[in-house]
Design a protein around this ligand. Structure first.
Ligand code: PRX
Length: 635
């Protein structure tokens, strides 16, 4: 018997124990009983530690869209799969049934095929949060093409880098997108990106804003006429469980983004299983995750996990502040949302506003509240619990990563104990360990250290596209047999984990993972900049804000204008999410004798924690510390 649904503390404990004792039997049971396989797998689990190659269900044949769509059509074809809530209140929402979604996915799959896309080809999707985004993702999966969704807030340079890194041949985009009061010129951004993307042969363009755009003959095609003509029957391409399903880029501590590769079988099993349990999903529920499908949260918990369970999932095009700060709560009332999943940054931003934006709405449908992407502070947790959960709805603080594919550590709502600021207990199949700085496992129940995961789970990313060596180095370089998360954590006597934050040069800003290196590269592109260092400083809403220490080559006239230009360079190379909140111009940066920037010192200086600087006399240039302190004191 598999433990697909964990509905009591006892069933959780039992499942966890079994998953520890025999991970293979545990996952084989879950995978076999709850999904549609065209052929059973040959080997449940294979881990070649020498080459750092992990396989789950290898030899098993399936198409994930049969599990997400076709199998629900028998009894639930009329059930709503996706509720689309547009940005603007005067546009009607859409309820897309499973059978309509299946038809659209089949049509889109045929359009892609007609454009020459086949199994294993990479398709870049650069779209706003509109139904076509979901349809495009699933259409790729239908024909075995590998989707690479790029968040539509990334700049043309960032988009081009992602398109080229995995040699995409086709881009799916739209004329523009609506976000709050703004319109984003997506096609223009794509046009700029494609100047540097010789491998792109075609673009398919969704008409969303109907703004005037440039269409390149022979390259750019409006989607609608092709879609309308396409057949709504497209046989699923049968895939091996270990064939890639998608690539999703995440920041690394060095310059180039990492194209994390997820595969069909393990990802399906793990996202479906965790969706069911972390949200205690039942058939009548209306589930809403407010993330964007451009991030892993949207992949796993707007699309794949919910649809694998036959759930109704909401896609929201807009932002929490438009037309006012009550939008989230209005949506919860409107659709009688039962599970709501969002980021601590959004909670903090909304908690800052008047409760008059919350109290008019009936939030009594809620059964589970979730958070993801960054640590949630106690105050925000309490506000969420008291004002949105009305003091009775359990909160699940879910810790996971792009690389992990699905939630790793989280309470089960109403089943295991939630503790504010703690992600609490690992899900079945997940074996977290804490290591000290020397790499030794902390065996005492209580402790603080670096968070590693011992045994690979089904949805661990298998590689970095085109650079397996970087994958090995980044995640298994420290410990050959343990996955390094890059996060620090503490553990209490009962085994509950509290994530304390990144231990590398990745900064989480408003729940977005940003590497310092690409931001510094963008700053250094400015002709006046010689060198720079970016650090994160705690911020009451965004979690962290970005602070830049910048060395200039020459003197400058207008500080405000220079700062704007530097931020413009960041917007151009990455996107608005990576803009600096503060910057100072400095004659130097504190460095070790081997030339490494001492970011710890910069972090303390930026926060004016001058007493916490410690011994700076061993620096290559100790005198710079005094200069920086003097500068900050004047600020
Ligand atoms: O530092 C952790 C933080 O977000 C990082 C992963 O970011 P990303 O790959 O973009 O995926 C975000 C969505 C899954 C982690 O290394 N993080 C994520 N969830 C939490 C968290 N930090 C604390 N508590 C969480 N619940």
């Amino acid at each position: 018997m598999s433990h697909y649904h964990l509905d009591t503390a006892e069933s959780y404990k039992k499942a966890y124990q079994e998953s520890l004792e025999n991970p293979e039997a545990f996952w084989a049971g879950i995978a076999k009983d709850n999904f549609l396989w065209q052929k059973p797998w040959d080997k449940t689990f294979d881990w070649d530690q020498k080459n750092t190659e992990v396989k789950w269900f290898a030899g098993g044949k399936l198409n994930i869209t049969e599990n997400l769509l076709d199998r629900h059509l028998v009894h639930n074809g009329d059930k709503t799969a996706i509720i689309f809530e547009p940005n603007d209140l005067d546009e009607s929402p859409q309820k897309i049934s499973y059978s309509d979604l299946a038809k659209s996915v089949n049509k889109m799959a045929n359009v892609l095929k007609d454009q020459g896309v086949g199994k294993g080809d990479r398709v870049c999707i650069y779209l706003p949060m509109i139904p076509e985004l979901a349809i495009a993702v699933l259409a790729c999966a239908r024909i075995g093409a590998i989707h690479s969704v790029v968040f539509a807030g990334f700049s043309s340079t960032a988009l081009a880098a992602r398109i080229n890194d995995c040699d995409c041949t086709l881009v799916i985009t739209s004329d523009g997108g609506f976000r709050g009061a703004k319109t984003i010129d997506l096609k223009n951004i794509v046009d700029q990106a494609l100047e540097d993307c010789p491998g792109i042969q075609k673009t398919l363009v969704v008409a969303r804003t109907n703004q005037k755009i440039n269409m390149v003959p022979g390259r750019d095609f409006w989607l609608k006429p092709l879609f309308d003509q396409a057949s709504d029957h497209c046989p699923p391409t049968i895939m091996d469980a270990e064939d890639p399903l998608f690539i999703l880029y995440t920041s690394g501590s060095t310059g180039k983004p990492k194209g994390m590769v997820h595969t069909c079988g393990g990802y399906m099993v793990y996202t479906a299983y965790t969706f069911k349990n972390v949200f205690q999903y039942t058939e009548q529920d209306i589930y809403w995750c407010s993330a964007d499908i451009g991030w892993i949260t949207g992949h796993s918990y707007i699309l794949y996990g919910p649809l694998a369970n036959g759930a109704t999932t909401v896609m929201f095009e807009g932002v929490p502040s438009y037309p006012d700060f009550g939008r989230f709560w209005a949506i919860i009332e409107k659709y009688k949302i039962t599970q709501f999943y969002t980021a601590p940054t959004a909670i903090r931003a909304l908690a800052k506003e008047s409760l008059d934006f919350v109290t008019p709405y009936d939030l009594s449908s809620l059964k589970v509240l979730g958070t993801v992407g960054e640590p949630i502070n106690e105050e925000a947790w309490q506000w969420y619990f008291n004002h949105i959960g009305q003091g009775k709805v359990p909160i699940v603080d879910t810790w996971w990563q792009t690389e992990t594919g699905g939630v790793m550590i989280a309470p089960l709502p109403g089943i295991t104990r939630a503790i504010p600021t703690y992600a609490t207990l690992p899900l079945p199949g997940i074996q977290p360990v804490l290591l000290d700085e020397q790499g030794n496992e902390i065996k005492t129940p209580e402790g603080s250290g670096l968070l590693f995961i011992k045994h690979p789970w089904p949805s661990i990313a298998r590689t970095i596209w085109g650079d397996h060596q970087r994958y090995v180095q980044t995640y298994f370089g420290a410990q050959k047999d343990k996955y390094m998360t890059g996060d620090g954590a503490t553990r209490d006597a009962q085994g509950n984990y509290r994530i304390t934050g990144r231990v590398d040069d990745v900064i989480i800003v408003s729940g977005h993972n940003l590497g310092t290196a690409p931001i510094e590269d963008a700053i250094n592109e400015h002709e006046l900049v010689a060198e720079s260092a970016v650090i994160g400083v705690p911020h009451p809403i965004k979690g962290n804000s970005l602070f830049g220490f910048i060395i200039l080559k020459n003197s400058f006239e207008n500080e405000v204008s220079l700062k704007n230009q530097i931020n413009q360079s960041i917007v151009q190379h990455i996107g608005p999410i990576a803009k600096l909140d503060e910057m100072v111009f400095t004659p130097g940066l504190p460095k070790t004798r081997s030339g490494k920037i001492m970011r710890r010192i910069l972090r303390n200086i930026a926060q004016k924690n001058f007493d916490a600087l410690g011994d700076t006399s061993t620096l290559l240039n100790p005198e710079i510390v005094k200069d920086l302190i003097a500068m900050m004191q004047k600020k």
